[in-house]
Design a protein around this ligand. Structure first.
Ligand code: MHO
Length: 217
C-alpha cells in the first residue's frame, strides 16, 4: 500500500459547469476516471465575493481539474447533460450553465448544446459563458457528502478546507460514500488510493448502502 493519494502530479485542464445544487456534481465528477480534483463555488455573475447566503447574481458551480489524456472535454459534457435537466427553468442559484475556458471548449460546448436540443426537442435554458472569477464556496460545502463522515475524513488525513479542495482522494471518496461509482471501480483503485483495509471496508459498506440512489441535491 502506497501513501494516501492526495496529490496527483499530472498536467490538468479545467472545466466548469453549473447544474443545480453543487453537492451532487461534486460526487458525480469526483469518481469519474480522469477527474483529478474538484471544488465547488459561485461564478457566472458580477457580484464581488459572494457567499452561500449572499449569492448575488452567481450560480452554484463546480470547477473540475481533469487529465485530458484520460478523459475528454466532450465526455465531461456528456456527463453534465445526463445529470441534470437543462429544460427546467430555475432561479439563478440553480440554473444550467457551461463555462468555457478556451475557444476549443467553447466550440465543443456549442456543438454539444445543439445535439442536446435535438435530443430534448425543446429549447434549453443552458447558457454558454466564458469562465470568469470562480469564488470557492465555504469549506462546509467542499466534499459535502464526505464531510458527513468525520471518522473517515480523519482516518485519511483530511482536516483543513484546503485539504478537501486539493485532494484527489477526497474527490473520489466524496462520490463513493454517496453511492456514485461502483464497488468494482473502487476495488480496482483501492490500492492506488493508499487507504487501508479498515477504511476500505467502511467505504464499501456505504457504496453498497447508497448505490443507485437518486441524486436530488
Ligand atoms: N437543500 C439544501 C440545498 C443546499 S445547496 C448547496 C439546503 O437547504 O441546504 O444549494
Amino acid at each position: 500500500m502506497g501513501p494516501l493519494l492526495h496529490d496527483v502530479n499530472v498536467s490538468t485542464k479545467q472545466a466548469s459547469f453549473a447544474m443545480a445544487c453543487f453537492w451532487s456534481p461534486d460526487c458525480i465528477f469526483g469518481v469519474t476516471p480522469g477527474v483529478i480534483r474538484t471544488r465547488v463555488g459561485y461564478t457566472g455573475g458580477v457580484t464581488q465575493n459572494p457567499t452561500y447566503r449572499k449569492l448575488g447574481d452567481h450560480t452554484e458551480s463546480i470547477l473540475i481539474e481533469f487529465d485530458p489524456q484520460t478523459i475528454s472535454y466532450k465526455q465531461l459534457l456528456d456527463i453534465y447533460w445526463k445529470n441534470h435537466d437543462p429544460t427546467s427553468k430555475m432561479k439563478r442559484q440553480y440554473t444550467s450553465l457551461i463555462f468555457y475556458h478556451d475557444n476549443e471548449q467553447k466550440k465543443i460546448a456549442e456543438d454539444s448544446f445543439k445535439e442536446q436540443e435535438k435530443i430534448f426537442s425543446q429549447s434549453l435554458v443552458t447558457e454558454i459563458l466564458e469562465a470568469s472569477t470562480f469564488y470557492d464556496a465555504e469549506d462546509y460545502h467542499q466534499k459535502y457528502r464526505l464531510r458527513q463522515h468525520p471518522w473517515l475524513c480523519k482516518a485519511v488525513d483530511l482536516h483543513s478546507g484546503t485539504d478537501f479542495k486539493r485532494s484527489h482522494l477526497a474527490a473520489r471518496l466524496n462520490g463513493y460514500v454517496y453511492g456514485q461509482g461502483t464497488i468494482k471501480q473502487f476495488n480496482e483503485e483501492v490500492e492506488k488510493l493508499g487507504i487501508n483495509e479498515t477504511v476500505a471496508d467502511f467505504v464499501r459498506t456505504l457504496i453498497i448502502k447508497n448505490e443507485g440512489q437518486g441524486l436530488t441535491c
